[in-house]
Design a protein around this ligand. Structure first.
Ligand SMILES: NC(=O)c1ccc[n+]([C@@H]2O[C@H](COP(=O)([O-])OP(=O)(O)OC[C@H]3O[C@@H](n4cnc5c(N)ncnc54)[C@H](O)[C@@H]3O)[C@@H](O)[C@H]2O)c1
Length: 442
């Protein structure tokens, strides 16, 4: 099939690369010329496992290309995916300006029948809004080409995005016309070798599935963090609690971890957006408001642990921090707990020596820490420990799971770890001479 993908962020670039891998002819469009140039050279300007390989292979096979020219991409496509960002507005609602900009452009440039697929996470009713926007632009321009609007929310998770797209847990397609649903089923057939994972429904229901899923997962994290905080106070070990809890199939093993709070570009914004949608329909979504406030509190737990140990005047103290990204497997720092934790430490006078396998370049961007001289970055995780009074572990990178503890002891001023990810066995840490304090344990 001939496809255009508008927006080459985490979702658009992975969607484009995976669909081209299945033999479709894909043109990815972004208004950011620098990004387009980097993608065109086969170097994704974002970190996602396996993405560069897919892009390089399909650029070579000419099944994939990147451009800033939307009109040229529309002319050469029959299905157009909108995968631009929907950041939060001040009131928590999703900012639809990028989605509607694209819809307006499609209405102005359409020259043959199109299926327009909304892959961005958008409030209920957006498919209708996109349809009305395209129709109104066509009317202004004196055209009347047939088009259909489909809601097709994306469930990939950053860090495992390529795998998630290639082996989806489910494909959700919201459309009113049966023949459009059939076209979408055909497009996704190569990704659904196992049956029963294609869910067809009306567009409003499809739009709701995405918010419902993210709110449920965010609430699950907040429930576990709450339990972990209680465990830490009563002397129970949350790591064992969650394993035994997860054995109950009604609870389940996946996604049962405690940590320093959720971040990223999806959970916080999507929970806020559903709360706002509910409010607009006169419903007070108390459960999800609580999910957010529990999460905000959770972001301070690691810094609180450091304060309990050292007091709240951290002048002269040096903290080594492992992990800056909001989760492992990505360079994304949007709403990362590391931002809150590090800011608190440096506000209290400390200096920070940070290491992250992928996110250090991102951390130095002006919207994060910029060139703040109180933070020094290290490519080597052990070098980041030199002379530090303690290590804080924020992100669950695999690389942090079995480090050389003797090397760590040699480099740290004091063998002290505050672990936000419950990576190590407390008993073992004590045996090898570490003071080890982790979330979810006394
Ligand atoms: N990141 C995730 O894990 C994830 C998962 C599922 C769904 N989503 C949703 O998918 C959407 C995209 O998310 P993302 O993380 O990929 O966003 P992103 O911010 O990484 O990328 C968005 C891209 O769209 C481009 N863009 C904006 N306006 C444009 C226009 N008019 N024309 C061409 N390009 C334009 C931007 O330059 C940017 O490259 C959001 O609605 C998000 O909520 C994200």
């Amino acid at each position: 099939m001939r496809l255009a993908i508008i927006g080459t962020g985490y979702v658009g670039s992975v969607t484009g690369a995976c669909l081209s891998e299945m033999g479709n002819s894909v043109i990815c469009v972004d208004k950011n010329a620098k990004k387009v140039a980097e993608f065109s050279q086969g170097k994704a300007p974002l970190h996602e496992k396996g993405l560069n390989e897919l892009i390089a292979r399909n650029l070579k096979a000419k099944t994939l290309r990147f451009t800033t020219e939307l009109e040229e991409a529309l002319d050469a496509s029959d299905i157009v995916f909108i995968a631009v960002g929907t950041p939060p507005n001040e009131d928590g609602s999703a900012d639809l300006s990028h989605v509607l900009d694209v819809a307006r452009s499609i209405g102005q440039m359409i020259k043959h029948p199109l299926i327009v697929v909304d892959k961005s996470t958008v409030p209920v009713g957006t498919a209708e809004l996109v349809r009305a926007t395209i129709a109104s632009e066509q009317k202004k321009h004196g055209t009347d080409f047939e088009f259909h609007v489909v809601s097709n929310p994306e469930f990939l998770a950053q860090g495992t995005a390529v795998k998630d797209f290639m082996e989806p847990s489910r494909i959700v397609v919201g459309a009113d016309e049966p023949q459009v649903i059939e076209t979408m089923r055909e497009l996704y057939a190569p990704f659904m070798r196992r049956e029963g994972r294609f869910y067809a429904m009306d567009p409003k229901t499809a739009e709701t599935v995405k918010y419902a899923s993210n709110c449920f997962l965010a609430a699950k994290i907040s429930v576990n963090n709450e339990l972990a905080n209680i465990c830490a106070r009563i002397g129970a070990d949350f790591d064992l609690v969650r394993k035994a809890m997860g054995a109950d199939p009604r609870i389940g093993e996946p996604f049962m971890y405690a940590g320093p709070g959720f971040g990223g570009s999806c959970f916080p914004k999507d929970v806020r957006a559903l709360i706002k949608i509910a409010k607009d329909h006169n419903y007070h979504a108390e459960m999800f408001l609580q999910t957010l406030s529990t999460n905000e509190k959770q972001k301070y737990v690691l810094a609180d642990m450091a304060n309990d140990y050292f007091g709240s005047d951290l002048a002269g103290k040096v903290f080594s921090v492992w992990g800056l990204a909001f989760k492992a497997g990505t360079d994304d720092m949007r709403e990362s707990s590391a931002l809150t934790i590090i800011q608190r430490l440096i506000d209290q006078g400390a200096r920070v020596q940070a290491h992250d396998p992928e996110a250090m370049k991102m951390a130095k961007q002006p919207e994060y820490f910029g060139d703040d001289s109180r933070i020094t970055y290290f490519d080597d995780k052990y070098a980041a420990l030199d002379g530090a009074d303690a290590l804080l572990i924020i992100t669950e990178w695999k690389d942090f799971r079995t480090p050389d503890f003797q090397e760590m002891k040699k480099r740290l001023n004091k063998p002290l770890i505050f672990d936000g990810r419950l990576l190590y066995e407390p008993k073992k840490m004590k045996e090898i001479g570490f003071e080890y304090k982790s979330i979810g344990r006394k």
